[in-house]
Design a protein around this ligand. Structure first.
Ligand code: S3P
Length: 166
């Protein structure tokens, strides 16, 4: 029950903040996308391409189940992980969910040059970000027990999280 689960939109800084936080808090860091990639032996983009998004979502839920069995982790969830109630239920039982809230404008800037996220490889990227964000925001907010302003540097956000998890 003592894991820290970071959630939020793609580009909100979950992985960078998670790494800093895990060092400061003396916890182990797990990046869920990397965990899935290691198990599958291929990248997230390759999984989407070869098996489709639905299969990726199943693998994601499997990863949630496995990680929720462990303790003393800082988990950086994928941007879509906490958009599914089944994953919220699993992860909530294993620790505290923290939503890193970054503005639409900043997300667009941060994701402008992205080439590795399959959902963003579309012509009108900002529009896609807007659609997904509108759908997911209320779900992230409902799932999290802490909402953190993520419009700062990763070090500052990590410090702010440290002060609420102590
Ligand atoms: C996704 C976010 C990605 C990755 C996959 C799908 C999403 O994770 O899991 O590309 O649905 O928002 P990051 O948030 O770490 O980029």
């Amino acid at each position: 029950m003592n894991n820290i689960i970071l959630c939020g939109f793609m580009g909100c800084g979950k992985s960078t903040i998670g790494r800093i936080l895990s060092k400061r808090a003396g916890l182990e860091f797990v990046d869920m996308d990397l965990y899935i990639q290691d198990k599958a032996g291929m990248t997230v983009s390759e999984i989407f391409e070869k098996y489709g998004e639905e299969r990726f979502r199943e693998m994601e839920t499997e990863a949630c189940r496995e990680l929720a069995e462990r303790e003393n982790l800082v988990i950086a969830a994928g941007g879509g992980t906490l958009a599914f109630q089944r994953n919220i239920d699993i992860l909530k039982s294993s620790g505290k969910i923290i939503f890193i809230d970054v503005s639409y404008e900043n997300l667009c800037i941060r994701l402008r040059r992205d080439t590795r996220r399959p959902l963003l490889q579309v012509e009108n990227r900002d529009e896609r970000i807007k659609e997904l964000l509108e759908k997911r925001l209320p779900i992230y907010r409902g799932a999290a027990s802490v909402i953190m302003n993520g419009n700062f540097t990763s070090g500052v956000v990590a410090s702010n999280i440290m002060s609420v998890i102590r």
